[in-house]
Design a protein around this ligand. Structure first.
Ligand SMILES: [Zn+2]
Length: 328
C-alpha cells in the first residue's frame, strides 16, 4: 500500500454517500457506499461519514496521517473557502460548516466542493477529459449540475456559485423549476422536472400508455420510464423526451459557443440511461456552433461512472493534478 499518494474522497448525494480511498493514479483502492436515510441532520451525516472514512482507512491499514488529503463533493451550494454548505436542497440544510465538522470528527482537513464540480475535476484528470485544458461537464440527474475546468483549474466563480447551468433559462416564462423560478433547463431535462411535467399532464387529462404500468399512480414515474415509453411511441412521453433532448442540445451548444472548451462531458442518470442521446447532441452542437468551435470540440460521455465525484473530491483534497495545471 505504499505505492504513491492516496486521498480520501466522499460523494455526498441526496440518498447515498460513497466514501473512497483513491490513489494518485485515480484508482479507487477501497470504497464504501452508505444509505444516508431521509433528511438526516448535519450531526448524523458527520457521524456516518466519519465512520465510513475510518472504515475505509481501516481496510487499507492506514492512519489519517498517511493520506495526502480529504475532499468532499456535496450536492448543493457551497462556499469552498469557508467549507460551508450554504444550501442543501436534498437535506434542506442552510449554512452548515460541514468541512469543520468533518475535520473535528476524522482528524483530516476537509476540502468541500459542489458534487458536480468535483466530478468535473475527476473527469478532467482521470476520465473523459484526460489531457485537455478546458472541460465543461453537464450532469443531468435529478437536477442538472455543471462543472467548468479551465486551464486545468476548477472554476468556481467569485462567490463559489459558478456552473449552476441547470438554472440558465431555456424557455422564457416557461415551466416552474425546482429553484422556484421559471423556464430553467433543469425544469425540462432534470429528472425531477421531467417527472413533474408528466404528472401535471396526466392530472390535466392527457392520456399515456405509461399510466397503467405505474399502477395508475403518476407520482411513481421516473425519467427512465418516460424515456422507455417515448421509444415505444407514447405521444405524451415522446413530447416530454423531445423537450428534454432539445434542452440538452441547446445547453451544450450555448456553453460550447460561450466557452470554447476542448470537451463537453455528459454524465448523470438521465444520460446514463439513454444510450442514444450523445450522438444527436454532438451533431447539433457541431452544426450550430461557429466553425472555430465546431472544428475541434468533442462531446462525450463521462468515463468514471458512479465514482466520478468521490474520485474528483479525493483529487482536489489530495492536490492531485496540480502539477498538470502548472504545465499549462
Ligand atoms: Zn432553476
Amino acid at each position: 500500500m505504499e505505492e504513491g499518494k492516496t486521498a480520501v474522497g466522499i460523494d455526498l448525494g441526496g440518498t447515498k454517500a460513497i466514501i473512497a480511498l483513491v490513489g494518485e493514479d485515480g484508482e479507487v483502492r477501497f470504497s464504501r457506499r452508505i444509505e444516508v436515510g431521509d433528511k438526516p441532520s448535519p450531526e448524523e451525516i458527520t457521524a456516518m461519514l466519519s465512520d465510513g472514512v475510518k472504515g475505509v482507512l481501516g481496510e487499507a491499514g492506514m492512519t489519517a496521517e498517511q493520506v495526502a488529503g480529504f475532499g468532499v463533493g456535496a450536492a448543493g451550494e457551497i462556499m469552498q473557502d469557508e467549507g460551508i454548505l450554504t444550501y442543501s436542497p436534498n437535506f434542506d440544510w442552510h449554512d452548515v460548516p460541514l468541512a469543520d465538522m468533518l475535520q473535528k470528527s476524522t482528524g483530516l482537513k476537509a476540502v468541500l466542493e459542489n458534487d458536480v464540480n468535483a466530478g468535473a475535476y475527476g473527469e478532467w484528470l482521470f476520465g473523459a477529459g484526460r489531457g485537455t485544458r478546458n472541460l465543461v461537464a453537464i450532469f443531468p440527474g435529478t437536477g442538472i449540475g455543471g462543472g467548468f475546468v479551465f486551464d486545468g483549474k476548477l472554476y468556481s466563480g467569485s462567490a463559489g456559485f459558478a456552473a449552476e447551468i441547470g438554472h440558465i433559462i431555456f424557455r422564457f416564462g416557461g415551466e416552474m423549476c425546482g429553484c422556484g423560478r421559471r423556464g430553467h433547463f433543469e425544469a425540462y431535462a432534470g429528472g425531477a422536472g421531467i417527472a413533474a411535467r408528466f404528472q401535471a399532464a396526466v392530472e390535466s387529462g392527457r392520456m399515456t400508455s405509461l399510466l397503467t404500468r405505474l399502477g395508475g399512480q403518476p407520482k411513481n414515474v421516473k425519467a427512465t420510464d418516460i424515456y422507455s415509453a417515448a421509444l415505444e411511441g407514447d405521444t405524451l412521453c415522446s413530447e416530454l423526451w423531445n423537450d428534454a433532448e432539445e434542452a440538452l442540445k441547446t445547453l451544450a451548444l450555448n456553453l460550447a459557443v460561450a466557452l470554447d472548451p476542448d470537451v463537453i462531458v455528459f454524465g448523470g442518470g438521465i444520460v446514463d440511461n439513454a444510450p442514444d442521446i450523445i450522438g444527436p447532441i454532438a451533431d447539433f452542437v457541431k452544426k450550430n456552433s461557429l466553425d472555430g468551435v465546431a472544428s475541434h470540440i468533442r462531446i462525450v460521455r463521462a468515463e468514471l461512472g458512479e465514482n466520478a465525484v468521490a474520485i474528483g473530491a479525493a483529487a482536489l483534497g489530495g492536490g492531485f493534478g496540480a502539477d498538470k495545471t502548472e504545465r499549462m
